[in-house]
Design a protein around this ligand. Sequence first.
Ligand SMILES: Cc1cc2nc3c(=O)[nH]c(=O)nc-3n(C[C@H](O)[C@H](O)[C@H](O)COP(=O)(O)OP(=O)(O)OC[C@H]3O[C@@H](n4cnc5c(N)ncnc54)[C@H](O)[C@@H]3O)c2cc1C
Length: 487
Amino acid sequence: MAKKVLIVGAGYAGIEAALTLNKKKKRDEVEITLIDKNPYHTLLTELHEVAGNRISEEGIRIPLNSIFKYTDVNVIMDEIKSFDFENNRISSDKAVYDYDYLILAMGSSPNFFGISGMKEHAFTLWSFDDAVRIREHIKKCFILASQENDENERKRLLTFVVAGTGFTGVEMIGELGIWVKSLCKEHRIPREDVRLIIVDMLPRILNTLGEKNSAKAHRYLEKKLKVEVMLNTKITGATENSLIYDGGEIGTKTIIWAAGIKACDDAENCDIDRANRQKRIKVDEFCRTENKNVYAVGDLGGLADENGIPYAAMVENAIQTAHGAAENILNDIRGKELKKVKVKFHGTMVSVGNYFCVSEIMGKTLPVWLSMVMKYMVNMHYLWEITGFRGVWRYLYYEVLERRQRKILVEKHWSTRVQAWWITPLRIFLGVMWLYEGIVKINDGWLTEPKLASFLGVVSSSTAGDGADVRSAVTGVIEIEKDENDA
Ligand SMILES: Cc1cc2nc3c(=O)[nH]c(=O)nc-3n(C[C@H](O)[C@H](O)[C@H](O)COP(=O)(O)OP(=O)(O)OC[C@H]3O[C@@H](n4cnc5c(N)ncnc54)[C@H](O)[C@@H]3O)c2cc1C
């Protein structure tokens, strides 16, 4: 009889686990079911682009049905609330699911570290809905500020604080740095009236990258995007109107919390051993938890490196642990030996707005333009793997053709967001004429005889056309002019 494999969570890890099982299973050997509370997969790494209005939200969600259309994976939309590992059963408010093997891949949630008022008053950037909520809030702040007469309230509306200088925080403030320029123009608000602030208790931003990259991104934030970077600053609280830190307070209506994560809230009900303070689930080297046939992967799983520290909660960890767990389930079903799962990180790219990016790939620092190209390539590669050409085209459509933010002149020619289509006939006409003239000139012998002098009007075409030496012809003209002057 087919073994039932249940996967909870259709993030990077859940998708990889389902696709690996589907690809490597033999006919009828396993029945794969993927459960997620949403009917789509979210590209979490691009959330800041939606929150900062660079791209439409449609650009970061991929319907699960389109990913699994041609596979044997059953997709169910449901939110799992309780886990009964004794009886191999999990359940939601409306259904109970039995399993032979279970993969927990529910990701992580923001961690507020118990800071007073933070959970109630801060925005988080950890889901599709979070990103849309931030974007709409920022738009509203600008509208209200443009109508506000109370100077203090106006200042609070125009002050945006991001807490945390890791990838998420820096990418978020970078997007805001670009977006506020057009918001200021739209609402006739001077840019100097807007404050963008990023705060952290650490001594430098992007502290998981090398110092050189960290300093480069820091400079860009301060000099180009006019962001105030507050380091060595301990945040102690938040209210409806302010962020409180050791030694002061910032009046603001917008705090975006990007300073910490912990295991997914819904997994808190799991009665299961934890690997660290972030409550990631303890697993052995095969990604198995203490409960029989239950695996934990991605941000939720706490697979440890050789020093016993859980691997960083990043996409590469999610994909590799999920792949390893799926293979081990198949090995177990087939009575084969399980394989140790090891995670290998290849690199990191952090974008700061749409024209700046820092990266470290295989220990090397890449220049800005190459980092940006790499970021696009990595996303396209991932989408190619899970959805093929459709996913890549969709991504390019939203990132390139439909991008909402400021564009340089060249980009305007291919953007659907700029009214540049009317010059298309002109461009086609110019192209055709250029081609026609080129062919005519080749037929006239431009590739075999010198013609440029006559073309520029320096010498008569007959002289050059006869194949005379152009230099002497030109010299001749100059000499004739000289004789005339002497006369
Ligand atoms: C703004 C931002 C930028 C980032 N940038 C990078 C980056 O540049 N590089 C990088 O490597 N990493 C980055 N990360 C981290 C990366 O996104 C995560 O490491 C990765 O998403 C983890 O994948 P996962 O599958 O474990 O979890 P997730 O991708 O979070 O997926 C979890 C899934 O589980 C579902 N789920 C949760 N609870 C339940 C439930 N009870 N029932 C059913 N379904 C449930 C959710 O709906 C979700 O689909 C970034 C994260 C953010 C937020």
